[in-house]
Each structure stands twice: as C-alpha cells, then as structure tokens.
Write a protein that binds this ligand. Sequence first.
Ligand SMILES: Cc1cc2nc3c(=O)[nH]c(=O)nc-3n(C[C@H](O)[C@H](O)[C@H](O)COP(=O)(O)O)c2cc1C
Length: 397
Amino acid sequence: MSILAGKRIILGITGSVAAYKSIYLASNLVQAGAVVDVLLTEAAMSFVGKASFEGITGRRAYSSVMEMTPEGSISHVEIGLSADAMLVAPATADIVAKLAMGFASDIVSATALSLRGALLVAPAMESRMYRNKATTDNIDTLVSRGVHVIAPNTGRLASGVDGEGRLPEPDELIDELRGRLGAEGPLRGKRIVVTAGGTREHLDPVRYIGNRATGKQGVALAVEARDRGGMVTLIVANPSIRIPGGLKVISVSNYAELEKATKLEVASCDALIMNAAVGDFLPEQVAECKIKSGESGIVLELNRSPDLLSSVSGEFIRIGFAAETSELEDNARRKLKIKCLDAIVANDVGSAFATDTNEVTIIRADESTIKVPKQSKEGIATRVIDELIEMFSLREA
Ligand SMILES: Cc1cc2nc3c(=O)[nH]c(=O)nc-3n(C[C@H](O)[C@H](O)[C@H](O)COP(=O)(O)O)c2cc1C
C-alpha cells in the first residue's frame, strides 16, 4: 500500500503557467489514495479553475481565507491542522517571499502558518527570478526553518527559453512528498542497498548477452525502503527505467560494474537486497570491432561469473532473489543455504520478468515461508520491506 494511502495532503497552487501540472499532480495523489485539499491563490485562478480540482478530489477547493468549510469551520485553520503535509506547487516568487516573511494574506500562506504537518515548496519561475538574491535568500530562510524546498528542473520555461526554474513533473513531486512523509519511518537511519535490472555483457561494440529483467521490481523495493525512512542506494542495470527521486543512484551495465559498485556500497550498509538479474555467463573475449554479419556462424566461449551475493558478506542483512523456471522453492531453499542469506524471495520467471505484477514466496533463514499472492510489484515490495523491518527489529531486540 502506498505511503500516501489515507494521508491528508494539501496542494497549494499559485499563479504560474506551470499550474496546469497541478491538475495531473492532484489526480496522481488521489489515485495513490491521498485525501487532497486544494487551495488556490487569486492569481492561480487565472491559470486553472476550482471545478477541475473539485472533480478530481471530490472535495471542495478554496481560493480565499474568507471561505468556510462545509462544516462551518475556518478553512485555513481546519485544513492546516488536519493535514499530514502541504505541497505548494507551483510556488511563485511571490508566495516564496510571503512564506519566508510569515504573511497570511491569501489562503495558501495563511494555511501554511497553521500547518501541523510537513511543508514542501516547489518554486517555479523564470531563471532570473529564481536566481535573484531576494528569492534565494527567501528560499534559504525556508530551508533553515525545516521547509523542504524542491529544486526546480532545468528545461524549457514559459518564456520559451531553456533555463533553471521549471516545475518538476508530477511524479517527481510525488516522490519528494513520499520521501518526506516516510522520513521518520522504521528504516530511519538505515542504509539499504538495492540492485535492480539485468546486466548486459558485450560481445562486440553493438551486441550483448542480456536477460529480460526490467528493474521494475528493484526500483519498487528501493522506493518502498525510501518511503519507510531508509537511506537507499539503487544500483541499476537498465538505462531506460524511470528513476524516482530521493535515492542515491549508481548506473551500471555489466557484471564487472555491478560487482564494483555493490562491493563499494555494502562496505557501509545495513542491508543488501540483491534483486538484479546478474549475468551468469561472461564472454571469454569481447571483439573490439563489430563481428561481421557475413560470417556464416560463430562459436561463443562463455565463462561462469563469480556468484556476487556469496562474495559479499558482513554484518549487514542479505536478501536474495531467485528466479526459476522449475522446482521454484527447492532451488530457492538451496540458494538460501549455500549463500547463507537472511531470506530469499523465490519467483517464477514466467510471472516475474517483463511484467508489472509478480507472485513470490519469501523463505526466511529458518526456512519458514510466506506466500505473497499475485499483485503489483509495489505490493510485493511492501511485503519484502515488511520482512526487512522485522529482521532489523529481531536483531535489535
Ligand atoms: C502568464 C504569466 C505567467 C507567470 N508565471 C509565473 C511563474 O512561473 N512564476 C512566478 O513566480 N510568477 C509568475 N507569474 C507572476 C505571478 O502570477 C504574480 O507574481 C502573482 O502576483 C503571483 O501571485 P500568487 O503568488 O499569489 O499566486 C506569471 C504571470 C503571468 C501573467
């Protein structure tokens, strides 16, 4: 279940062209299970309207401090007190200044003052406005008060020029929000390394031996660990997967790079979740030039790669994944023992690879099992991270 499920989130929208993204933002938040209250400044109302947000959230949207809630309470007080977090996106230079100064002259700034939960602010404006000392000083003031300021992206701005000041995309903003909501979670202070994707071993400059792993399950595990407060390093072997925010990311392509990054990162970690489908066979030779397609056929000599998970050990918790096409649990149990793991997650190749869902059996070191029925890879990640949290609490008991 997403960390956003059931959370009360205020979405504050101010007068920027980027306000159109807030419609997607509100929709994605609602789809993740959040209860969303939308507040708009008067200037924001020139760009987007209340009806869109009321339709998406199923709740009243507010644009003035004078508006009461349907129950007759003062909106900025009632909404501010009951929220888990408030995200101001897009945040104009004007609202950044007001928040820094403690103004309460509109529904967004007034609600931020009565807020009990976390405040996140996503500035969006032309580069010169963003880099103006007045704005940077105001941002510094907000950061010094514990406000989570989300750095804007660099890209095409409303004026048509490329520069710093572009509002991050809705999913990037939601990543920041999720990370902030989970910051005090049970994995707080824990350093977790997750590997994801499938390695590629080059035969020549254009061809490689790879596998069908997409990295989706590994990314879901990293996100879940982040949302429970962990400091997560994601070592990812898929150049095209979307990488969520709030993670330390190391991109690798082949076995050698994955091995190097993993050995370096586990030196200071509390847990390793080895989800990547690591190439088991490495070419004896990599041709410097493209092998000519005119050849009638070639024989490849492949060597067994060292077992990475067996070669990294220490005080940290180690969870492996086993992808099998037959005798799933027997093979997974054997790997659990040989590699001396704390747990292994057994999944069938047919249900795990290149899909959005998975179905797994988690086998603990004492060989007790948990069957996790078919569900989204995010759902599987939640169960695996539940197990990890349980392992930490047993170790620390
Ligand atoms: C077309 C247009 C686009 C604007 N885009 C931005 C913007 O991206 N960022 C910003 O800080 N101000 C922008 N402004 C200026 C703000 O709308 C203006 O400062 C306004 O007073 C902000 O009010 P608010 O902070 O209460 O929403 C824009 C104005 C116009 C007319």
